[in-house]
Design a protein around this ligand. Sequence first.
Ligand code: C6P
Length: 415
Amino acid sequence: MAKPAKVLLNVPAIKADFPILQRTVRDKRLVYLDSAATSQKPKQVIDATSDFYSRYNANVHRAIYELGEESTREYEGAREKVAAFIQAKSAMEIVFTKSTTESINVVAYGYGLKGKIEKGDEILGTVMEHHSNHVPWHFVKDHKGAVLKYVDVNDDGTLKMEQYDALLTNRTKIVTVTLCSNVLGTINPVKEIAKRAHEVGAICVVDAAQAAPHMPIDVQSLDADFLAFSGHKMLGPTGIGVLYGKPDLLEATEPLLGGGEMIREVHLGWAKWNDVPYKFEGGTPNIAGAIGLGVAVDYLTTIGMDAVRGHEMEVTEYALEKLARLKGVQTYGPRDVTKRAGVVSFTIDGAHPHDIASILDVEGICVRSGHHCAQPLMERFNLPATARASFYVYNDLDDVDALVAGIKKVQEVFA
Ligand code: C6P
């Protein structure tokens, strides 16, 4: 991945697009530092979803009247935009799901549990995965007798690549890895990971939930076989997600949901599936969500994903420097911002992360605290929980200064 230059975006202009960022919390300016959990939405996205319901609400792929044609056109248009956003060869490689979680479950169920995986086949993950990229594979272990193996992380939060090589065998059928950790911020060398997986005949499944919103993604250059992400973390609505898959692998994957629209023909007792990607979109999809996601993609594309990444490198660098100066505060993950994204987990001596989050909340600052749905990783670092600040296009250095001032207040309380 090319290294984007560090830049600072025009945050006041961007903030003006986000109605929620105009509000106060407890009479304090809202400092939203929890975009890794879910991002805020610009008015362009809010308007697009409301416009769908106000002007052309109709089901997709069914109606032959004008409204249905409009909604189908916009829904399929969103698929085209998402395909272009991640450099997919065709919109037919894009499946709309409800989330990253559902996307990974579609693969674990349809390719793993119902598909290619046999007893004794190995699925290789990492200890830094989100629960969404652990538990679906547990199902494959439990129901098919697959063997799960995990690559550990170094103390600096990078993957142990030499261990990855040692764990890859000709029994490895699936390698599954996050492109960016939601706790450490680590950006993993997925292109290299996929290359080595392919050398032993395995496929590479990529969790891009924390990457797609924050950096340019090129599925062809990564040579990812499947790649999953969520709309709600990239300025889009909740309840819409994406699964990218190579066409032959999508063909080889059984659908998770049976029902309307995912079929070509149905008879009593048997049915034939529709073409990819429609065979994975059983039932009425989240039409407004997909259209909103398309507009979120437009918004991010207008800023430019290199600029998004460059801005976040700048803000993260500043945050890491400021936090490093605070005695009793520890941060986790790589120190080098070219190797990490804008997710900064931290602990403060003597203060529980939930207390940190509560005290920051009084200052109008939203951070997440807890295990971040990554318990195996917390165990690896022997941590019950951390506090976590995460940055996006609407955060600037003032937000980091507010965080630092808030942390000082926490330290005063626990002094
Ligand atoms: N992480 C966080 O606060 P869903 O919930 O399906 O949209 O995304 C799941 C998911 C998968 N992978 C990674 C790397 C993630 O970070 C997440 C969601 C949020 O860290 C909510 S737990």
